[in-house]
Design a protein around this ligand. Sequence first.
Ligand code: PLP
Length: 384
Amino acid sequence: MNNKNHKLATKLIHAGVEPDPTTGAIMTPIYQTSTYVQAAPGDHKGYEYARTQNPTRTVLQNALAAIENGEHALCFGSGMAATDAVAKLLMPGDEVIVANDLYGGTYRIFTKVFALYGIKFHFIDMSNAENIRSYINGNTKMIWTETPTNPLLNIVDIEACAKISKEHKLLLVVDNTFASPYLQNPLDWGADIVLHSATKYLGGHSDVVHGALIMKDAALEEKLRFIQNSCGAVPGPHDCWLVLRGIKTLHVRMQRHCENGEKIANYLRNHPKVGKVYWCGFEDHPNHDVAKKQMRGFGGMMSFTLKDDNMDAAMDVLKKTQLFSLAESLGGVESLIGHPASMTHGSIPREERIKNGLVDSLIRLSVGIEDVDDLIADLAQAIG
Ligand SMILES: *Cc1c(COP(=O)(O)O)cnc(C)c1O
């Protein structure tokens, strides 16, 4: 079914999904096959080889296109494989302007892989989109941003970035992993490509690694589909099925992530041992107005520092939480706690890290959907 008038909660359950044509199965089957029998060469049912097409993947791609208000979606074996495919649109000599508060793996693939192919990346502060203009030249091809960012929950104005990208005929790519389509649809604000690590909120249960790209433009989809098929970083059908299953409850999960997130952000803000709390729902967040414009809620991702700003104090909190598990990743039903300085951002030199606000005591939370009173009690005993 694909009805553009349906609201998100209905699309999440029905968009792209049809009963299985052979059996009527209401759940999309896992087509665990590598190839498809042809009656005569070229006489087939639209499926030739499973790197190129798989029916489970097709259903997921149609669902993802619908929930991001796009026309097309392409699935990949991970968020990084999706990033890799977009970067392969570029040629030696091309330049990309990238938000400097960025997922570590994205920074790594740009600086350690694609820079070696002669592509130039400018990492800049995009909290004011106008900053982008002074980096544009005749070689610029793409603007790349995340919002909210990791781990400091900065907000970038997608509409303002799109205005600049359109003026200069650049591609605007928005990594929408943190917000999910429940909170934000970058294509509606003028982005050309939306990227997801479906490993996070879309999958939602910490049981699959998966990536996706969503776009409106058919020519762009054709180029990216060529790269998807030629380079081959496609997901297996079981992984597609897990993401398809996950997105059916995205709205219910996100609603609770937002409710729990708000309560915990306020709890931390009033805690005598806590320093700064980074959460884009606070009215005094520097870009709260932009967050309110482009987002439908503020989510369950946040970071905070301790007044006793040192590694040992942070380690003590990490050791003591019981419901918040110490782990990389985010966006699952269970709450996670992490320490950017020693985990996700450990490879950045300390001076530079601290200059960017990633101090030694910074702790990141991915607030899950457990009972919020239990989560607050866990933080209370851990922070002391
Ligand atoms: C996790 C993540 C990625 C990478 O996705 P994988 O599925 O781990 O490859 C990209 N961007 C953001 C914002 C992420 O959180």
